[in-house]
Design a protein around this ligand. Structure first.
Ligand code: NAD
Length: 483
């Protein structure tokens, strides 16, 4: 099945940080794929803006090399690449200096969508916003796209919101959390709100608990000193895992509309309970498998920053009272695997006396690898051996079910950029949402910092520290295997 491609309006998209890692690996390859799919209007233009002194042609050559490296070989059509590169321009600007801004202004066209992607370090977001404004480059229709991290605590997030609000309305600000651009994450909303099947049982009465896992195999080697300032809680939980939790836990919005959806997410975040220390396990990966451990990679032998965190989170509202959400994420784990698992309760009464094989229904939503869903159900074991039960998966791997090739599923970034051009903010975080998330996160981090808690070591290639297993065992539950 070929997905429908609806072209977006003609645009001028400025990528600040156009020579950076994110631009090379994700943004430009993604835009090329949208061009190839016919979604990008052929008159649209992309303007790289960064400090390097490139000509248009030098920048095109730089991006061509990135496309060759990061776009699948069978999508590299020389004629299409040439046509895409012809849509690129470059202007050298420094966010902290005056030069280049008037040239940028004169490069942009009137009467097309104007978007500015801040793919630079957050410390210069305010400078960019201020200069765009003072040089009269933005108007009421312009949009800015802001990369993560959005602050490192409530105070810094609030300060950043205040600076941006001086120059832009909330409707112009697109705060990216690329998890929200993933196909399966959006499918979570479709599954919940486009089917009658799940919603009646989507509550504490029927759901025993929820597990959210984002496992990574990579270490922080090479960027350890940078990572050490954030850690798994700031880098993953406050944003990505929180977004997943919100989509599972929120009430049905009255309409699939940006503010209606985001209103419901904020309500979930506000209902999150403080997490006591006994419900948090933090870890640091040890040396092994031929690589150094976290403490070597972060270049601080006394670091107390976590490369792994597991926690039990409770939501104090009518729907979820009594159903814990267990979250975990970490580096150097057994597998690169992200999933949400909804574990249902047992039926109120078993008619199958003496049946030992009963297992709970589990709805597993896989974000990676093999995006898809799996519903574990009980059936009768085939054969004449009497009424024995067994658990089988009703498997729906999207690529299989829809006949979509992996390369045809838009990457999160490209989908989100197209939403910016369309002016649809549903999959972007609102300012109050980010602040609410930090307001919940801050006391948890302050707690372990003031106690001086040190993370527990865990073996690379494992599923995390021992204590994380205990967090579940204590409640008579088990983590799903990371595989
Ligand atoms: P990078 O260091 O590779 O690139 C930074 C870019 O900013 C370069 O193009 C540089 O020329 C430009 N720049 C630096 N100072 C400037 C200034 N004063 N004026 C104008 N331009 C300036 O960084 P990156 O990895 O591409 O990350 C960019 C942003 O995206 C950061 O906010 C980062 O947190 C976020 N991010 C990156 C990734 C990733 O995978 N790389 C993932 C998620 C979020």
């Amino acid at each position: 099945m070929v997905s429908r491609v609806i072209p977006v309006d003609n645009f001028d998209l400025v990528i600040f940080g156009g020579t950076g890692d994110l631009a090379r690996r994700k943004i430009f390859p993604g835009l090329y794929r949208r061009f190839l799919a016919g979604q990008m209007n052929v008159d649209s233009r992309i303007i790289g803006a960064a400090r390097a002194k490139y000509s248009d042609d030098e920048f095109r050559a730089f991006i061509e090399a990135a496309l060759v490296e990061f776009v699948a070989k069978d999508r590299q059509d020389p004629a299409q690449i040439a046509a895409f590169l012809a849509r690129l321009h470059y202007v050298a600007v420094d966010a902290k200096e005056e030069g280049g801004w008037e040239l940028l202004k004169s490069t942009l066209r009137q009467n097309v969508v104007r978007a500015f992607y801040f793919s630079v370090a957050p410390s210069i977001f305010p400078d960019l916003a201020e200069r765009l404004h003072s040089h009269g480059i933005t108007d009421a229709w312009s949009r800015i796209v802001v990369e993560k991290p959005f602050g490192r605590d409530l105070a810094s997030a609030r300060a950043l919101n205040e600076v941006l609000a001086k120059y832009f309305t909330e409707a112009q600000i697109y705060r990216i959390d690329h998890y929200l651009g993933k196909e399966t994450v959006q499918n979570l909303m479709a599954v919940r709100f486009a089917n009658i099947l799940f919603e009646p049982i989507w509550k504490a009465q029927y759901i025993d608990h929820v597990q959210i896992t984002v496992g990574e195999t990579v270490s922080v080697n090479g960027r350890g000193a940078y990572y050490d300032k954030s850690g798994a809680m700031r880098d993953m939980v406050q944003n990505h895992l929180m977004q997943l939790l919100c989509l599972i836990a929120m009430e049905p919005p009255y309409h699939f509309d940006p503010d209606a959806v985001r209103d419901e997410k904020v309500k979930v975040i506000r209902a999150l309970q403080p997490v006591p220390p006994q419900n948090i396990v933090r870890g640091q990966y040890l040396a092994g498998n031929g690589e150094g451990g976290y403490l070597e990679h972060c270049e601080d032998a006394n670091s107390k920053t976590e490369s792994y965190i597991a926690m039990k989170v409770e939501i104090a509202n009518w729907r979820w009272k009594g159903t814990p959400f267990y979250l975990r994420t970490g580096k150097r784990l057994r597998a690169r695997s992200s999933e949400i698992a909804i574990h249902f309760k047992e039926p109120p009464h078993s008619i199958f006396d003496g049946e030992k094989g009963w297992k709970e229904n589990v709805l597993v939503i896989r974000l990676q690898p093999n995006e898809g869903m799996n519903l574990m159900v009980m059936i009768k074991e085939p054969g004449p051996g009497g009424m024995r039960l067994m658990q089988v998966p009703l498997d729906m791997t999207f690529a299989d079910a829809l006949g979509v090739e992996a390369e045809d599923v838009p990457d999160a970034y490209e989908r989100l950029i197209m939403d910016v051009i369309r002016g649809n903010q549903t999959l972007f975080m609102r300012g109050d949402e980010v602040e609410a998330a930090w307001a919940w996160t801050d006391p948890i981090i302050n707690g372990w910092e003031s106690r001086g808690d040190k993370p527990q070591g865990y073996d690379p290639g494992s599923s995390g520290p021992e204590d994380a297993l205990m967090l579940m065992h204590r409640d008579g539950r088990r983590w799903r295997e990371i595989k």
